[in-house]
Design a protein around this ligand. Structure first.
Ligand code: PAF
Length: 285
């Protein structure tokens, strides 16, 4: 298998991007924090269908982690990641250093309202501002025409769509359905933290979402069903359950009862590992 070209500076990345654009080729960016798994490989494969050139960035972004979060223990598996990207047929890996992303004197951050409010925005203050800032930089640095994100981080996807629209960034944002294990567990770099007992419990996050979504789709009042879902998660062994909430797909505002397409989202700890997941809720009529 041939090695993948690794670009480590903004200049090298832009020269490559300009050469591709000069040939009329569109660039699809798959931003990642590394520790790549099947879900990332599926993203790269899907990216292939959206443009002629695929760049995967790998950067563990410090500004989206809170002071007590897992930045230092976040898995870093760069050799395996580069091999995986080469195997999936990405055209280049973009690996900027922390010094390139945040040089001395760096002072800017994107200030957000709207879809960043509530859910992960409440329990991870500053997280989405860090994500929006780094994604904007990555899009600018790679001169991407399209940027592709997994729907597992559904709120993140909504935030990025809003930022790109609000700041007139000339890029298309694409989302891709969550890739799951055969038992329903959403693929995540953090799944490797789960011990055997936790790994057996983990798929309940998805099955409880699916069960709750089926009841919500009937158009019944959401609040009691959400309380019941929270209780089911706790009974299954999750705790603390940070949220189980229903949001409108367009406005991303809380939904009282499902009359239009909505999304049911959750975040819960299993031992020391924080898991998130979400499913679509479509009204039955
Ligand atoms: O979803 C992620 O892995 C990260 O939030 C992203 C989009 C790569 C930004 O650091």
């Amino acid at each position: 298998m041939s090695a993948i070209p690794v670009l480590e500076t903004i200049t090298a990345m832009r020269e490559q991007a300009d050469a591709w654009h000069a040939r009329g080729e569109q660039i699809v960016l798959v931003p990642t924090m590394g520790a790549l798994h099947e879900g990332h490989r599926a993203l790269v494969a899907h990216a292939r269908t959206l443009g002629q050139r695929v760049v995967a960035s790998i950067f563990v972004n410090p500004t989206q982690f809170g002071p007590t979060e897992d930045f230092s223990r976040y898995p870093r598996t760069i050799e395996a990641d580069l091999a995986a990207l080469a195997a999936t047929g990405a055209d280049a890996a973009y690996l900027p250093s922390a010094e390139i992303m945040y040089p001395p004197g760096f002072s800017s951050r994107i200030d957000l309202t709207g879809p960043s409010e509530g859910l992960c925005g409440d329990v991870r203050p500053g997280h989405f501002s860090g994500v929006a800032t780094v994604v904007t930089k990555l899009i600018n640095q790679t001169r991407a025409d399209v940027a592709l994100f997994g729907e597992k981080d559904f709120q993140q996807l909504q935030v990025i769509r809003r930022v790109v629209r609000d700041l007139d960034i000339p890029v298309s944002i694409a989302g891709m359905p969550t890739i799951r294990e055969s038992d329903g567990l959403a693929l995540s770099s953090r799944n490797r933290y789960l011990n055997k007992v936790e790994r057996d419990i983990a798929p309940r996050l998805h099955s409880i979402l699916v069960e709750s979504a089926a009841m919500l789709a009937d158009g019944r009042m959401a609040a009691p069903l959400l309380s019941k879902g929270m209780a089911a998660l706790e009974k299954a062994g999750f705790g603390p359950v940070q949220y189980l909430e229903l949001r409108d797909i367009e406005t991303f505002l809380p939904v009282i009862r499902v009359e239009r397409p909505a999304r049911l989202l959750t975040a819960a700890y299993l031992g020391t590992t924080r898991l998130i997941d979400n499913v679509a809720v479509l009204p039955k009529t």
